[in-house]
Design a protein around this ligand. Structure first.
Ligand code: UDP
Ligand code: MG
Length: 315
C-alpha cells in the first residue's frame, strides 16, 4: 500500500487542528492508502504544540515537528517535506481552506492519471479585499513575464507530489524559499484542479497586506533577474537622453548666448536622475542582500521538539 504524507504548517492553529485531523482522516480512510500527518508547529504562541502532542498520542499516524521560533510557512513546508517518508507527499493548510475532499481525485491523478503532481488553484478570490486581489493579479502578471518559473495565478500551496518531485524540491537548497516558484521551476507534469475559494474554519489569516507585498518582492528577486536588467536599461536610456540634451543646449547656447534661465528644469532633472539612481541602488541592494543571506548558509529552521522527543520525555 502507498504511504501518503500530509505536511501541515501550523502557526497558532489550535482551533483548526482537531477539525483538520477529523476531516482528513475521514477522507483518507476511504482511500486504499496508509497515511501520516506531519504538523509543523511554526513557533506558535498558542497551544498548537500541545494539540499536536495530544493528536499524536491518540493516533500514531500523526507526527509533529516544533520549531524554536516562528520561521514562516516556507520553512514549515520545507521541514515537513524533509521529514515526510511517504511515496506521495501532500502539503495542506491547517485551516481547511484546502478541501480534503479533493485528495482522492489528486491521488488518482498521480497514480493512474500519469501525472507527477496534482495541484490546486482557486478560481475566485471571494472574501478577500478587492485591493489585495488587484495587487495579486498584477503580481502574477509581472512575475510570469519576467521569470522562467511558471507561476499559476490563484495556485494554492495545496498539492500532492510524487516522491521524485519532492526530492527535486528538496534539492533546491536556497535560503530565500518561494515555494510557488520552486514548484513551478522543478517542472514535472502537473494536473491542475480548480475549486471555489473556501473561507478558513477558525482563527484568522496571518497575512497582512504588507507581509504579502514583501513576499511578492522576494518571489520576484528569487526567480528573476529582470529588475537588474531593467535598471541598467533605464540608466542607458537616461544617458542617451542626457547626451542629446547636452548637444541641444550646447548648440542653443552657441547661437543664442546663455542667459541663466531654466532653473526649474534643472531641479526636475536632478530629482529625476537622483530617483532613478536610488531605484537602481535599491534593486541592486535587494539582490545583494539575498546573496548575503544565501552565503551565510544559515539553517532555514531550527527544531525544538519532534514526536520522538515527546515519547522520550514521557519515559
Ligand atoms: N503559517 C505558518 N507560519 C506562518 C504563517 C502561517 O506555518 O508564519 C501556516 C498557517 O498556520 C496555515 C498556512 O500557513 O496553515 C496558511 O496560512 P493562512 O491561512 O494564514 O494564509 P491564507 O490561507 O490566508 O493565505
Ligand atoms: Mg488560510
Amino acid at each position: 500500500m502507498d504511504l501518503i504524507s500530509i505536511v501541515v504548517p501550523c502557526y497558532n492553529e489550535e482551533e483548526s487542528m482537531p477539525q483538520f485531523y477529523r476531516e482528513v482522516t475521514k477522507v483518507v480512510d476511504t482511500m486504499n492508502v496508509e497515511m501520516e500527518i506531519i504538523f509543523v508547529d511554526d513557533g506558535s504562541k498558542d497551544r498548537t504544540l500541545a494539540v499536536a502532542r495530544k493528536l499524536h498520542e491518540l493516533d500514531k499516524r500523526v507526527r509533529y515537528i516544533s520549531f524554536s521560533r516562528n520561521f514562516g510557512k516556507e520553512a514549515g513546508m520545507l521541514a515537513g517535506l524533509k521529514a515526510a517518508k511517504g511515496d506521495f507527499v501532500a502539503v495542506m493548510d491547517a485551516d481547511l481552506q484546502d478541501p480534503p475532499s479533493l485528495l482522492p481525485e489528486m491521488y488518482e491523478a498521480v497514480t493512474t492519471g500519469g501525472f507527477d503532481c496534482a495541484a490546486t488553484r482557486r478560481t475566485t478570490r471571494k472574501g478577500e479585499p478587492p485591493i489585495r486581489s488587484f495587487f495579486a493579479r498584477m503580481f502574477y502578471r509581472i512575475i510570469n513575464r519576467i521569470s522562467d518559473a511558471n507561476i499559476v495565478d490563484g495556485a494554492r500551496d495545496y498539492r500532492l507530489m510524487k516522491r521524485k518531485m519532492v526530492d527535486a524540491v528538496l534539492s533546491m537548497e536556497e535560503y530565500n524559499r518561494f515555494s510557488k516558484g520552486i514548484f513551478g521551476w522543478v517542472g514535472f507534469k502537473t494536473k491542475w484542479i480548480e475549486y471555489v475559494n473556501v473561507e478558513r474554519v477558525a482563527g484568522e489569516t496571518k497575512w497582512s497586506f504588507w507581509k504579502l507585498f514583501k513576499y511578492s518582492v522576494e518571489g520576484i528577486v528569487a526567480f528573476s533577474t529582470t529588475p537588474l536588467y531593467i535598471s541598467s536599461v533605464m540608466g542607458f536610456i537616461v544617458c542617451i537622453v542626457a547626451f542629446i540634451m547636452a548637444c541641444f543646449y550646447g548648440i542653443k547656447a552657441l547661437i543664442f548666448g546663455d542667459p541663466a534661465a531654466g532653473f526649474p528644469t534643472m531641479v526636475c532633472i536632478m530629482l529625476f536622475l537622483g530617483g532613478i539612481q536610488l531605484i537602481g541602488i535599491g534593486v541592486l541592494g535587494m539582490y545583494l542582500s539575498k546573496t548575503y543571506l544565501e552565503t551565510k548558509h544559515r539553517p532555514i529552521f531550527i527544531i525544538r521538539e519532534t514526536e520522538s522527543d515527546g515519547e522520550n520525555s514521557e519515559k
